[in-house]
Ligand binder design. Structure first.
Ligand SMILES: [Zn+2]
Length: 299
């Protein structure tokens, strides 16, 4: 991949570090509790919460202050500093994200003009660009407060994709999915959700299917749309076979089964095999009409 001399999108916002962190601070224990419940069941969680709660109550105030930093700096809910200027790595990620975003704007504007999209009711002829917001730790969005723990996401209420550049390190180290094109795939996938929002795919239902089964169809279509973008941007961004391997490897790494989920009824994004297959389908064809994951009995 080569991003030199490419257009940088201006639909980009640096939301700073820890915006809305005071409320997100409360979200973290809640996520922990849900995490514990998954492993211990609710009875076990109650016991653990009771023990931890009693321990906290018995601690002297000065120790609490040190351990939990109540009222200290960074805990006042103010957005602090620039995410892109936090580190050279972040600066690079921000610049890179703006190139990928600009490229998705070009690709999807052309697809909309040509009407090359799956049909779910009325398809608008003009593509409306989304915003890409980078944040660190926590962010306040049109869909509520969020922390980095949820990973990159798209909020349709404010038509914005939210990414903490720290996620790229998670991909590289924890998920073993390194590479710039793997990162581009993540951005293009979230843009895919924006496209779905515009064409009405988010509102699609399939008779007799659970919320999770529908979610898998939505996510696989976003993967396929990411592939369509990759196909179309191939020449302008010098995307080569190595890049393609990075994206397919990333699609494998974030499959529900690869992430350790053993209960197929709880899959929300699809298996590694499904995610790779739908990304490839988009990448090989470059045709978004091939991405109709709602049409098939089994995506
Ligand atoms: Zn998604």
């Amino acid at each position: 991949m080569d991003i030199e001399g490419q257009r940088r999108s201006d639909n980009f916002e640096d939301r700073g570090q820890g915006s809305g962190s005071s409320r997100a601070g409360a979200a973290l224990p809640i996520q922990l509790i849900f995490g514990l419940m998954r492993f211990l069941g609710w009875k076990g969680t109650l016991v653990v919460a009771a023990v931890v709660g009693a321990g906290y109550y018995l601690l002297p105030g000065s120790v609490k202050q040190q351990l939990f930093g109540g009222g200290g700096p960074g805990n006042d809910g103010q957005a602090g500093g620039s995410v892109c200027q936090m580190s050279p790595g972040n600066g690079k990620a921000c610049d890179f994200s703006r190139v990928v975003l600009a490229s998705t704007e070009d690709v999807w504007s052309a697809k909309f003009r040509a009407g090359e999209l799956p049909r779910y009711g009325r398809v608008p002829t003009a593509y409306a660009n989304p915003t890409l917001a980078v944040f660190a730790a926590a962010v306040s969005t049109g869909c509520g407060e969020a922390t980095s723990a949820v990973g990159p996401f798209y909020c349709s209420a404010d038509r914005t994709l939210y990414i903490d550049p720290g996620f790229y390190q998670v991909m590289e180290r924890r998920l073993r999915a390194p590479g710039d094109f793997a990162q581009a795939y993540v951005i293009a996938h979230e843009v895919g959700h924006h496209v779905q929002h515009i064409i009405g795919a988010m509102q699609m239902g399939v008779r007799g299917e659970t919320k999770n089964q529908l979610s898998v169809r939505v996510e696989l279509q976003a993967d396929c749309f990411a592939g369509v973008w990759g196909h179309t941007a191939r020449a302008s961004l010098a995307i080569n076979d190595e890049d393609l391997k990075e994206a397919v490897n990333a699609a494998h790494a974030i499959g529900d089964d690869a992430l350790g989920n053993q209960d197929a009824t709880r899959y929300t994004h699809g298996t590694s095999e499904q995610r790779m297959r739908w990304f490839r389908r988009g990448f090989d064809s470059g045709d978004a009409r091939q991405c109709d994951t709602f049409k098939r009995a089994e995506p």
